[in-house]
Write a protein that binds this ligand. Structure first.
Ligand SMILES: NC(=O)c1ccc[n+]([C@@H]2O[C@H](COP(=O)([O-])OP(=O)(O)OC[C@H]3O[C@@H](n4cnc5c(N)ncnc54)[C@H](OP(=O)(O)O)[C@@H]3O)[C@@H](O)[C@H]2O)c1
Length: 207
């Protein structure tokens, strides 16, 4: 599968790109094509501007800051009919702790409103970029929200192509706020308890 990473030069985009490039054709997207090409060369991928990456891919992952989400409207036609995964967590740091940044809705639903002809899912939000450097070290769950089971299955295929990640379906995209809110919690838990990076894993009685 050809997967574009919008924001592929950032910490999260690079980590995802490095792992996904082992089994997919990855296109690192950047506002600066030269920066995209330099980042892509490090992970056996190719690099381009956002619009070319969006046009050429089968599916895209959006790994840009929440503050930059408006730029996604310009990619609506290029991403029409495609799966688009949001990893965006709207967060702010105040009085020594991370807080969720929105009163209503979620980044993923906002992204879906900018890409009305795409199939948007939220995934990877609670996986830190550090995990992708050594995925063999810990088994994690990736909570996925999407408006149809088919979109979940498509996103889950991408999640499962990275070792040690198990996709779990959370229901419709309106569940994304709950998923995104887990991230400030785990960052605060790691900070307060001095555990080092944390991730999510749900345990059943069968485990
Ligand atoms: N870091 C993590 O561990 C982690 C984990 C889970 C989710 N996330 C989410 O992933 C997203 C990216 O996080 P990150 O830590 O990878 O951030 P980052 O290192 O700052 O990278 C973000 C990338 O977004 C691109 N970008 C596009 N428009 C931008 C703008 N107006 N201002 C700044 N950058 C812009 C930049 O690429 P170009 O300059 O090349 O265009 C940049 O490399 C965030 O929404 C975050 O909540 C991060």
């Amino acid at each position: 599968m050809k997967i574009a990473i919008i924001g592929g030069t950032g910490s999260m985009g690079r980590g995802l790109g490095e792992q996904l490039a082992k089994g997919h054709e990855v296109i690192v997207g950047s506002r600066d094509p030269a920066k995209a090409k330099a980042a892509a060369a490090e992970i056996k991928a190719r690099g381009s501007d956002y619009s070319t990456a969006a046009k050429e891919c089968d599916a895209a992952i959006v790994a840009i800051p929440f503050s930059a989400i408006d730029l996604m409207s310009s990619l609506a036609n290029d991403l029409s009919g495609k799966l688009v995964i949001s990893v965006i967590n709207p967060m702010k740091f105040e009085h020594g702790r991370w807080l969720y940044g929105l009163d209503r809705g979620s980044a993923a639903e906002m992204l879906a409103s900018k890409l009305p002809k795409s199939r948007v899912a939220t995934a990877f939000n609670n996986v830190t970029a550090a995990f992708f450097c050594k995925p063999e070290v810990s088994r994690l769950d990736v909570v996925v929200a999407a408006d149809s089971k088919e979109t979940f299955v498509e996103a889950a295929g991408i999640v499962k192509s990275i070792p040690n990640l198990r996709p779990l379906y959370a229901g419709p995209l309106s569940e994304s706020q709950t998923v995104e809110r887990i991230t400030p919690l785990i960052l605060n838990l790691a900070r307060i308890n001095k555990t080092g990076s944390l991730g999510t894993r749900f345990v059943s009685q069968k485990d």
